[in-house]
Design a protein around this ligand. Sequence first.
Ligand code: PLP
Ligand code: ZN
Length: 445
Amino acid sequence: MQKRAWFQCINPQCGTTYPLNSIVYQCEKCRSLLEVQHDMRALAARDGKTWKKLFEDRYKCNRWPFGSGVWGKKEWVLPQIADDNIVSLYEGGTNLFWAERFGKTVGVADLWLKLCGNTHSGSFKDLGMTVLVSQVKQMISEGAPIKAVVCASTGDTSAALATYCAAAGIPSIVLLPRGKISLAQLIQPVSNGSLVLYLDTDFDGCMKLVREITEDPTLYLANSMNSLRVEGQKTVGIEIVQQFDWEVPDVFIIPGGNLGNVSALGKGLLMLKDLGLVRKLPRIVVAQAQRANPLYLAYKRNFEVFEPVKARKTLASAIQIGNPVSFEKAVRTLKQFNGIVEQAAEAELADAAAMGDRTGMFNCPHTGVALAVLLKLLKAGQIDKTQRVVVISTAHGLKFTEMKVKYHQKELGFPCRYANQPIELPARLDAVKKALHKALAAQKS
Ligand SMILES: *Cc1c(COP(=O)(O)O)cnc(C)c1O
Ligand SMILES: [Zn+2]
């Protein structure tokens, strides 16, 4: 079969290529990151209209593996993989939530949340992990000596890796920063039978160890510096545009930590344009927690310098990353998409998440970061109220209940403006009536 996708060094002065079944995560010549390149001329043999029709016909269908939001776009993702080696849990195809009430409150009518957390392991990480684990299964079937797949994680990558590996019968190993992930996130790989290494360090410390242990080629690296993940994650932007009947929104806001996902979002949108499915590109905004903001700091200096920071504890624990692996890819994306980087403080992100919940969302704190950034950019006039804005909601709020409980109990060290507490009462009619009366009177005033 002709070669239709391969790894390629992102350094334009180098550009070395590697086959997709080689165990390589960084360019062996210049140490730059790799990305998957597709034979765009072969893909362009179908015109934009034909691709749209194909993608629409497959969307949520029951024909293996094309009903998955990722594998419905198989030719753009991993064209050479055998369908038998695909490990899919029907990821993608998640709801676009019209944030009508939230939007009205802040004065923007055309606001949408892409609920990437409504998926098997509860975060967008499923989109990338289906691709990576499928490729591993294919490589094992070809005789590659892979004993286990390994990742460092802030909680969601490990959950996705554990579940896809368990579904495929492939051993997985996860390195987690002790006390820095939620209980729900910890119990996911435990339940799925991963080897869970719980370390007294932060994410950056875990990542450093993982890079060292995966120098052994029998331990395959599943972090997003492995660009196979990006191929699955890039379908999110394509899918959103499809959900709008191929109309490109004006602005995307995406929370960023290790910065693989923003690069993925950009990559998918560029393919849509290059292959003639759409004409315009949106603006992309990366939202960072102020306590883990190296991209924001670099943006403020026009990306002339990049300095890793020591990430401080943030409620947005999945983006508590000080030395993002995909920094260069993210900068490239931001330059292509007229990008903005904005940050949110702890009270801002928690209040924005809670305010959204009051309008029918159930936000994770990272989505809170993105919503807080939306509020700031509206206020600053950097987003226009007539624009169509899509917020990428990266995980399900149920993974982050500790944070929500503390918010509503006002235990976070700031006012928690939207706190709502259960009223404890004796189970007696008079007590219940009195409480109802009081609550309804308060509502009127
Ligand atoms: C991983 C993750 C992010 C950050 O994505 P990056 O690719 O690391 O920038 C944001 N939110 C949630 C919930 C995540 O799990
Ligand atoms: Zn190179």
